[in-house]
Write a protein that binds this ligand. Structure first.
Ligand SMILES: Cc1cc2nc3c(=O)[nH]c(=O)nc-3n(C[C@H](O)[C@H](O)[C@H](O)COP(=O)(O)O)c2cc1C
Ligand code: SF4
Ligand code: SF4
Length: 256
């Protein structure tokens, strides 16, 4: 079983590729969150994987909480367990954060991996830069091939080293918390009121009122799915994203 959460398709693509390489199946954390499902059987000899994006140099807090509260009914003792961080530039401390969160759920991770993909943080990166996108997609294929091979071989004891000390890790977690404010989203005149942004939001933070999106929660996950998937590119997150375009992984026609 391979759990994954994806907003713009990178992590879903990575999870699908790992599933193809290992013969495992994927489980959408977004769907688990929507249905409140936390209990799963882990059959004898079955692998356990969690594939996640990196936010603010770490494992997103909501995914740490998801993993910590996962309830697995484990059959037998022969299981290979791993975490994979997708990222643009740096996975930060996400590997050790995943190890700690898994421990709380009684799961020992045998390995942690990273796959570099297109960095969808468009407050900084410009998605209209074709050369940047192409280079990142090429790197992703190289990393995917390598990581799929290691998971298929059930490599153990391979862990991502932390990039920061504990104090910096706390600072980064605080910066994520501060940045999750939905007041930082804006909609421009191109909006056609289609409701796609609201429909795909994993935490129902958006409602359509008077034909326009309104953020009805003070904080959200900051997954940027609404910004990147709007058919009219009508949403921005701070002024910095304006003119930086949109990105969704081309291998994933339907992000779930
Ligand atoms: C809020 C946020 C913070 C991010 N922080 C980082 C980061 O610290 N390091 C990094 O390499 N990529 C960072 N990224 C990029 C994503 O981790 C990366 O593009 C990931 O593959 C997106 O996965 P998805 O397409 O499945 O949503 C960030 C993206 C978001 C939305
Ligand atoms: S997805 Fe875009 S066009 Fe559709 S309602 Fe949301 S902001 Fe408006
Ligand atoms: S409102 Fe926040 S959680 Fe919802 S899709 Fe947009 S960025 Fe993601």
């Amino acid at each position: 079983m391979i759990f994954y959460f994806s907003a713009t398709g990178n992590t879903q693509y990575a999870a699908q590729r790992i599933a193809e390489a290992t013969g495992d199946y994927t489980i959408s954390i977004r769907q688990c969150m929507a249905g409140g499902r936390r209990s799963f059987p882990l059959r004898e000899h079955e692998n356990f994987g969690i594939v996640m994006p990196t936010y603010f140099q770490g494992m997103p807090l909501f995914l740490q909480e998801f993993l910590e509260t996962l309830s697995l009914t484990v059959e037998g003792s022969d299981h290979y367990a791993y975490a994979v961080s997708t990222c643009g530039v740096s996975y930060g401390n996400s590997g050790s954060e995943a190890v700690r969160a898994a421990q709380k759920a009684g799961i020992h991770l045998d390995a942690t991996y990273r796959i570099r993909m297109v960095d969808n943080w468009n407050p900084y990166f410009n998605m209209t830069d074709r050369a940047f996108i192409q280079a990142a997609e090429d790197t992703a294929e190289t990393d995917l091939a390598e990581v799929c091979g290691k998971i298929r071989a059930k490599e153990r004891g391979v862990y991502l080293a932390d990039c920061f000390d504990a104090e910096k890790e706390r600072e980064l977690a605080a910066a994520y918390e501060e940045s999750r404010k939905t007041a930082l989203f804006q909609v421009n005149g191109q909006c056609i009121g289609c409701g796609a942004c609201a429909a795909q939001c994993p935490v129902q933070a958006i409602k359509i009122q008077g034909g326009r999106p309104v953020w009805v929660k003070e904080k959200c996950l900051l997954c940027l799915g609404c910004v990147h998937k709007c058919p009219k590119n009508a949403l921005s997150y701070t002024e910095e994203t304006i003119g930086h375009g949109q990105y969704t992984n081309p291998h994933v026609p339907c992000i779930v």
